[in-house]
Ligand binder design. Structure first.
Ligand SMILES: [Zn+2]
Length: 455
């Protein structure tokens, strides 16, 4: 989130969420009793399930999946994988299995256990925290290890220029200013020693005053490069907060792994309002844009567009902007993602969740549907929300897909989300590390299942 304080956001966020599908009348996650997951009781076989592995590959019908010791052991066509005699057989006709969702870009800082429980209960088995004070790194990691909480992957403080974003926010502990290459390397070393999962750098010159935009200092290109090199030596991905195209060149030259936001393709000082009034709010105003997109695609730099949060931020920053102008800005933002995806670019899901009133922890539905509106297929949205989000959180190949040896962080839903994303709302069961943490595994054929309400 880019706003300093979410003043008067209730109406805005409620408004923004109204037009998107919401699940049926389930209780809010906060009010659900927190219960310990069922204990391990030997191997479990999901039989006859529609299988979506999170890689973007097409759903496979009638698949069996064996889970044991918290991990996926075997996957194959029904009847082919050799299910041990002692395994609990779970008939999954009509259900789809897919990896637990991952919201890669959040700012969870308060009510941590409750928030992580809320995410998990709604099928988000992991989140990324893209900037917090150093004192929270261990606390977030510990909280995420609890069986009743979503895993948390953290950046710790974002590396930035002295006086740069997000130093202006809060007590400043979520930023780590550096002003030389040696300091940049030392900052990465420190964060790596504290066990962070990825490195975040900010390249933000906008002070988020939309009416009279000012300039914040940003890292020089060679410092971004120093950060990226050192992070990669530690095996950590680098995620750069870039809103404006004027910073994209430096990020790409440094070899960052993802671009977070990239939604205001115009330089900040030009101002949205003036451009909109002048009828110049369009990507054609940026002749280099297509070339940058091509470079991002060629280098396989993921885009984490945080579309919903950007719009809320604009609504807060420009409260008097007419609805038609907001719609025009929204269309511009979606168009960025549309062109990126159309060029073959890969996206990762991130909502920029900060706990605004009316936005409970859970599946970032607005963001999922906005990606769909930007032209991603349901399978591509699922890939962005699983494998893609895992990759930017430093878990490439270790989480976010369903394959033998990987943790059984897994959802069972009614229907087929690979063709109709709304099936993600028909959540039946959530497993974290092979343990049921929401819903119940069906014991009888799907036709005899009780209502979809979780207990
Ligand atoms: Zn953010």
């Amino acid at each position: 989130m880019n706003t300093a304080e979410p003043n008067g956001t209730e109406a805005n966020s409620a408004k923004a969420s109204e037009s998107w599908p919401e699940r049926e009348s389930w209780p809010e996650p906060e009010s659900w009793p927190e219960r310990e997951p069922e204990p391990y009781s030997g191997p479990v076989a999901l039989v006859g399930v529609r299988f979506i592995d999170g890689t973007g590959a097409a759903a496979r019908p009638a698949t069996d999946l064996l889970i044991d010791g918290g991990r996926i052991v075997r996957v194959g066509p029904t009847g082919s994988i050799g299910i041990p005699a002692q395994a609990r057989i779970v008939p999954c006709d009509g259900l789809s299995a897919l990896p637990g969702l991952i919201d890669s870009h959040t700012h969870v800082e308060r009510d941590i256990p409750t928030v992580l429980h809320g995410f998990l209960q709604d099928g988000v088995t992991s989140i990324g925290n893209t900037g917090c004070g150093p004192q929270l790194i261990e606390e977030l990691h510990d909280a995420g290890r609890r069986p009743t909480a979503a895993n948390v992957f953290v950046a710790g403080p974002a590396i930035t220029a002295p006086g740069g974003y997000p130093v202006i926010r809060g007590d400043g502990s979520a930023a780590r200013p550096v002003d030389s290459a040696d300091e940049a390397k030392a900052a990465v070393d420190e964060l790596a020693a504290r066990g962070v999962d990825f490195i975040k750098v900010t390249q933000e010159s906008f002070d988020f005053d939309y009416r009279s935009p000012g300039r914040l200092p940003v890292l020089a290109p060679d410092l971004i490069q120093a950060v990226a090199r050192r992070a990669h030596e530690h095996g950590l991905p680098v995620r750069s907060h870039v809103h404006h195209a004027d910073q994209l060149e430096a990020a790409l030259a440094a070899g960052v792994d993802s671009i977070e936001h990239l939604l205001f393709p115009l330089p900040p000082e030009t101002g949205y309002v003036e451009l909109q009034r002048a009828g110049r709010l369009r990507l054609e105003a940026l002749p280099d844009f297509a070339r940058w997109i091509d470079r991002m695609v060629a280098a396989d730099v993921r885009l984490v567009p945080t579309l919903g949060s950007e719009l809320i931020s604009i609504r807060i920053g420009l409260p008097d902007l007419p609805e038609a102008a907001l719609a025009e800005i929204e269309e511009l933002l979606v168009e960025v993602v549309r062109r990126f995806a159309a060029a073959g670019g890969r996206v990762a899901l991130g909502s920029d969740w900060v706990g605004l009133p009316g936005v409970p922890a859970g599946q970032p539905r607005q963001e999922l549907y906005r990606l769909l509106a930007a032209g991603l297929t349901p399978l591509q949205v699922i890939e962005a929300a699983t494998r893609g989000a895992a990759a930017v959180c430093g878990r490439a190949g270790r989480l976010g897909t369903l394959a033998p040896g990987l943790p059984a962080d897994l959802l069972l839903v009614d229907g087929d989300p690979s063709t109709d994303l709304a099936a993600l709302d028909a959540l039946r069961v959530v497993l974290k590390n092979g343990r049921v943490v929401a819903g119940r595994l069906p014991a009888a054929p799907a036709t005899a299942l009780p209502s979809r309400r979780l207990p």
